[in-house]
Write a protein of this length. Structure first.
Ligand code: TYM
Length: 332
């Protein structure tokens, strides 16, 4: 069976190192191994949390620039904006009609975001996972590369695909597999090693943004939380030193060395000595990406052309699949 990957990022807040390592960089690493690749900027999902949707246009273009600047060629891959392909929301409606409310109520992201007052939560937030299932299944994607926090949503997508197949008595949808790379599954906050790096953390110091300048990266790493102990000679000896482990892991991810090798390299050193090395490694890697992002954002007309090309290709696939889906539902 041909392989087709689809993934996406919500254009809310600042795109950060967790999105880059957990999603974009892992997509780039698999480009040569799959037949077709769709990378979406999921702007309609941003509307489920109204306070996040303020700078929707700017954030959408910034994410498109981040995809391209990180090595996703917009000619060989389909980079597009979700709202430019209306079939996503059409399919989401069909899924809403066959998805039990119990399945959606169990989603941890809904529980976290809705908080205690579920009755006041918006319907869009509740049915968000059905739209995410539609994002994936309208293209009959076979694999979905994501960070750990999206695993439950991809598993639900499989359940929805199976429920729909049963409903129409045809195997119209594949059951897509999540691809989660263990080393980058959960990049942690720079302020609290037990929390994931997130766009919604109120502290800018908890994350590195892809558009942070060199001085800001340096400052954020210097201010990153650590402990007073020296660096141990083995990864096991890091034990529950979560912040220490997070910083050493970041270094390992950008130098292609294992965590064990990094521990040996810095054995007995204090974090004051390690942090400048980590900062300069991050700057070496991120500053060319940032410069390309700025160039792309300065030429909005070309960026919009790339997105149009992506949307045209995505619409062609989605239109064909939607025809088959409507037929399976006995629509005229
Ligand atoms: P979003 O926008 O929250 O995150 C985008 C991607 O970045 C990953 N990620 C992380 N990975 C490792 N460590 C972190 N600290 C970290 N923070 C974020 C996420 O796992 C994700 O892969 N619902 C999705 C967007 C979406 C989608 C889709 C994804 C909508 N439709 C279809 C895949 C396929 C979301 O909110 O991602």
């Amino acid at each position: 069976m041909p392989t087709r990957i689809l993934s996406g990022i919500r254009p809310t807040g600042h795109i950060h190192l967790g999105n880059y390592l957990g999603a974009i960089r892992s997509w780039v690493s698999m480009i040569d191994q799959v037949d077709e690749r769709l990378f979406c900027i999921v702007d309609q999902h941003a509307l489920t949390t109204a306070e996040d949707a303020k700078d929707l246009r700017k954030n959408t273009l910034t994410i498109a620039a981040a995809y391209i600047a990180s090595g996703i060629d917009p000619v060989k891959n389909h980079i597009f904006v979700q709202s430019h392909v209306p079939y996503h929301t059409e399919l989401a409606w069909y899924f809403n009609c066959i998805t039990p409310m119990g399945w959606l109520s169990r989603m941890t992201q809904f529980k976290d975001k809705a908080g205690k007052n579920k009755d006041q939560a918006m319907t869009g937030l509740f049915v968000y996972p059905a739209l995410m299932a539609a994002d994936i299944l309208i293209y009959k994607a076979t694999h979905v590369p994501v960070g750990e926090d999206q695993k439950q949503h991809v598993e639900l997508t499989r359940d929805i695909a199976q429920a729909f197949n049963n409903y129409v008595n045809t195997n119209i949808f594949p059951l897509p597999d999540p691809i989660i790379k263990s080393e980058t599954a959960r990049i942690m906050s720079l302020r609290d090693g037990s929390k994931k790096m997130s766009k919604s953390d109120p502290s800018d110091y908890s994350r590195i943004h892809l558009l942070d300048d060199d001085e800001t990266i340096d400052l954020k790493i210097r201010k990153a939380k650590t402990d007073a102990e020296p660096i141990p000679g083995s990864a096991e000896a890091l034990g529950e030193r979560l912040e220490a482990k997070n910083l050493l892991s970041l270094y390992s991810l950008f130098t292609q060395k294992s965590l064990a090798e990094v521990c040996l390299e810095f054995e007995g050193k204090q974090f004051s000595e390690f942090k400048p090395k980590l900062a300069s490694t991050l700057i070496d890697h991120l500053s060319p990406i940032r410069s390309t992002m700025h160039e792309l954002l300065a030429d909005e007309a070309s960026l919009l052309q790339y997105l149009k090309k992506g949307a045209d290709a995505a619409n062609a696939i989605a239109c064909k699949n939607m025809h088959e889906i409507r037929q399976s539902l006995n629509m005229v």
